[in-house]
Design a protein around this ligand. Structure first.
Ligand code: SF4
Length: 217
């Protein structure tokens, strides 16, 4: 590999993880070594001086460090909520995962949280209303996923931490964009892997070799 090609590399090409290990053996293209002292100082200042950023960063670090390998993600979310003083939890759920969201809501309530949940099909607006192509509509009157309204209803109800349960790719993007409260994700939708998308990466050199085929579509 020529050096100039390496200049286009990023962390997504890195096999060393030296920034995490702290061993000082950074690769030639390392983003860490390209930062100026001022840029690093600015970020540190943001974490220290911005109240909201600080609260989320400290709580996230405490949950990670304090319960590493001990808590399920459900428990981590509750611990994180407690540490940012969020008592009212919003659930932005896929309509296909209402059973799972009901269980999650029950767990939250058992632990003293208030819950407000909104399903993705809320308002039951037909997909045709926003001119989605007919080839993408499986039945007459099929309602569109409505992540913007999910966020707006949670915003109106002043939820303090919102949790995504299985929103579709892209619909989750809109939800993250419109949510006023911080968002974390409990379930990442992947219909083929039982909502375990990393399975496709673990098996990209066996069952899912098609993913590494440049002509997969
Ligand atoms: S910051 Fe440097 S060492 Fe860390 S993952 Fe990126 S390229 Fe690799």
């Amino acid at each position: 590999m020529k050096s100039k090609d390496k200049l286009n590399f990023t962390c997504a090409d890195c096999g060393t993880g030296s920034c995490s290990k702290g061993d000082g053996h950074f690769p030639e293209f390392c983003l860490t070594t390209q930062l100026t002292e001022e840029e690093i100082a600015d970020i540190v200042e943001l974490y220290n001086k911005n109240e909201e950023v600080r609260k989320l960063a400290i709580a996230g670090a405490e949950v990670e460090g304090g319960f590493y390998g001990k808590y399920t993600r459900v428990e981590e979310i509750m611990e994180f909520a407690r540490r940012i003083d969020a008592r009212k939890i919003g659930i932005a759920t896929c309509s296909g995962l209402l059973n799972e969201s009901r269980i999650f809501a029950r767990i939250l309530k058992v632990h003293g949280f208030e819950v407000f949940g909104v399903a993705c099909k809320v308002a039951a607006i037909p997909k045709t209303e926003i001119h989605i192509g007919s080839e993408y509509i499986r039945r007459d009157g099929e309602p569109l996923c409505n992540p913007v309204l999910q966020a707006k209803l949670l915003n109106r109800n002043e939820t303090e931490l919102n949790v995504v349960v299985g929103l579709c790719v892209g619909h989750d993007s809109l939800f993250y964009k419109y949510s006023q409260a911080p968002v974390t994700t409990l379930v990442t939708k992947d219909r083929l892997t039982g909502h375990n998308p990393v399975a496709a990466l673990y098996t990209a050199q066996s069952y899912y070799t098609r993913l590494l085929d440049g002509n997969w579509q």
